[in-house]
Design a protein around this ligand. Structure first.
Ligand SMILES: Cc1cc2c(cc1C)N(C[C@H](O)[C@H](O)[C@H](O)COP(=O)(O)O)c1[nH]c(=O)[nH]c(=O)c1N2
Length: 237
C-alpha cells in the first residue's frame, strides 16, 4: 500500500529494541551520590539534549531552554540555596522521619560534572497556544516531558541524573537571572555512573515503598469513600 506523504511505518519494535526501551524505563534512577568526576563528552550531552528537545509539547510550543550551569561560583550559590531550603525541609518532618531525612543525601550539585536547569518559557508561542487555551499549565507539563526524555536517554548512555527541587523558587530565579515569564522546572545534576540502585534509593533506605500498581488503576470514575452513599444530585433551582 502507498504510504501517505510524511508518514512512515509504525509497527512494533523488534523484541530486542522493545526490551531496551523497557530496560531504560525500569533501570532509570534518581542519582545523588554515585557521580564519577569525569566530564560528560559534548556529543553525549548533545544527544541527551536532543532527546529532551524531541519531547511532546502543547501546540508544539517547545517552551524549554537548557541552562547549563558550569560556573563554580554559580554552583556554589545554588548549593547554598539548597542547604537553606533543606534545613527548613528537615524541620517539616517529625520524630523518626526527621532523623531518617537528615541521613538522606538529596543532591549532588558539587560532585556532578554537569548541572542543568531545564526551564519553561511561558510566553513562547504567543498569547494563544493550541491546546493551552483552557489548561494553562500544559506548558509546564510539556517541559516535564522533556525532562523525562532526557532522564531515560541518560540511562541508555550510562549517565546518572538527579533532580533537585529543594529550593526556594526565588533563590533559583535570582541566581540564574531568570525573567518572570521563565519557570525553573527542573534543576538536574548529571554525570557518569558505574552503579545504580536496583530500586529507588528512597525505598532502599526505608523512606517509602512502591505502591502496588493494581491499587492505582480505577475505572470510569473516582470511587466513593468506603460506606459513603452518594447523595442524589440536588435539582438546580
Ligand atoms: C519533580 C521531582 C522532584 C524531585 C525528584 C523527582 C521528581 C520527579 N527527586 C527524585 C525522587 O526522589 C525519585 O524519583 C523517587 O524517589 C523514585 O526514585 P527513582 O527516580 O526511581 O530512582 C528528588 N530526589 C532528591 O534526592 N532530591 C530532590 O529534591 C528531588 N526532587
Amino acid at each position: 500500500m502507498m504510504q501517505a506523504p510524511g508518514l512512515r511505518p509504525a509497527g512494533p519494535f523488534s523484541e530486542a529494541e522493545r526490551d531496551a526501551v523497557y530496560r531504560a524505563i525500569n533501570e532509570r534512577r534518581d542519582v545523588r551520590s554515585q557521580f564519577q568526576p569525569d566530564p560528560i563528552p559534548d556529543e553525549v550531552l548533545m544527544r541527551l539534549l536532543r532527546a529532551a528537545h524531541a519531547a511532546p509539547s502543547v501546540g508544539f510550543m517547545q517552551p524549554w531552554n537548557f541552562l547549563l550551569v558550569r560556573d563554580p561560583a554559580v554552583r556554589a550559590r545554588i548549593r547554598t540555596a539548597f542547604e537553606r531550603a533543606n534545613d527548613e525541609a528537615r524541620e517539616m518532618f517529625e520524630g523518626g522521619r526527621r532523623d531518617l531525612y537528615s541521613q538522606l543525601k538529596l543532591q549532588g550539585i558539587s560532585e556532578a560534572p554537569v548541572n542543568l536547569c531545564i526551564t519553561c518559557d511561558r510566553s513562547r508561542g504567543g498569547k494563544v497556544v493550541l491546546g493551552r487555551t483552557h489548561c494553562h499549565d500544559t506548558d509546564l507539563y510539556s517541559t516535564v516531558c522533556a525532562v523525562q526524555n532526557l532522564w531515560l536517554a541518560a540511562r541508555a548512555e550510562g549517565i546518572g541524573v538527579g533532580w533537585v527541587s529543594i529550593f526556594h523558587d526565588d533563590d533559583l530565579r535570582e541566581i540564574l537571572h531568570l525573567p518572570d515569564h521563565v519557570v525553573p522546572v527542573a534543576y538536574l545534576c548529571l554525570g557518569t555512573v558505574k552503579e545504580l540502585y536496583a530500586t529507588p534509593e528512597l525505598e532502599a533506605r526505608g523512606w517509602r515503598d512502591r505502591l502496588p500498581l493494581e491499587d492505582l488503576i480505577l475505572e470510569d470514575r473516582w470511587p466513593d469513600p468506603v460506606g459513603a452513599a452518594r447523595e442524589p444530585a440536588e435539582p438546580q433551582r
